[in-house]
Design a protein around this ligand. Sequence first.
Ligand SMILES: [Zn+2]
Ligand SMILES: [Zn+2]
Length: 342
Amino acid sequence: MRAVSYSATGQPPTLGPWPDPVCPDDGVVVRVGATGVCRSDWHAWRGHDPVPLPHVPGHELAGTVAAVGRGVRRWAVGDRVTVPFVCGCGRCEWCAAGDTQVCPDQTQPGFTGPGSFAELVALNAADTNLVRLPDGLDVVTAASLGCRLATAFRALVTHGRVAAGDWVAVHGCGGVGLSAVMVAAALGARVVAIDVSPAALARATELGATATVRADDPVAEVRELTGGVHVSLDAVGSPETAVASVRCLRPRGRHVQVGLLLGDASTPPLPMDLVVARELSVHGSHGMPAHQYPDLLALVADGALDPGLLVGRVIGLDEAGAALAAMDEPATSAGMTVVRMD
Ligand SMILES: [Zn+2]
Ligand SMILES: [Zn+2]
């Protein structure tokens, strides 16, 4: 098959031949229909997040089942599917409880093994991890669900327990932040979007933000606007945004850490005095298990949420390597790039 790969971190990813994946006994091989280009792939390529080399990136995929392992019961060749970026092992106590997103034996296509910048990709524990695509959902839109939108959905619904009318602060309006703005608005929340980029804030307003704050230190302005928010997301993953997120909360409010806090940023000095005095909760959110996708897909089906709005450029597999390398430049608010296979 053909795949985009690199053999050393930072080396330009190139399209070329790559061995066909072997179908796992408990898994499937999917013929990739579309795959998103994500900043997490860029972090791996730059060496911020170690991956086996040589490596095929790509973890936001949708496609068609092309081969089925002999232990798989729920899936057949020809099924249209997507998959969370974290695949649980399907055997441990966390997977049994439905929490595949924190499985200690998790696999992540495009990180722990070859990903979906390829014609074919192998996925483990298919009965646990695959998500069936509704007939009306095209592969490009479906590829945009798997990472940022699913992550935003679980952060807001499961951890944030957002209710209609709640104030939600979203710190950082990149891919996952803009997804969170859209999902929170779809849930009926009032959203205050925070970023230093006027273009990102304009996009947040188009996607449903009630108010925007452009500041390095947004806490006073957010508190004045909202009286303190019910739920606050750090969608950046820096010590400054994590701390600001906690400080924006009203009593009993919920901070959800979505940004990854890599490297030197890994231990932000959260104001635990406020966590005690205001009885705040601090949550980490890490993707979303397959069984929760129907709730997200229901929002899409009834028109409350249009993931297509997040899609910017659609390119071919031959352009995927260049699109990944282009992430050396800061994110623009032009939307996510999706690779569509021919
Ligand atoms: Zn991603
Ligand atoms: Zn597991």
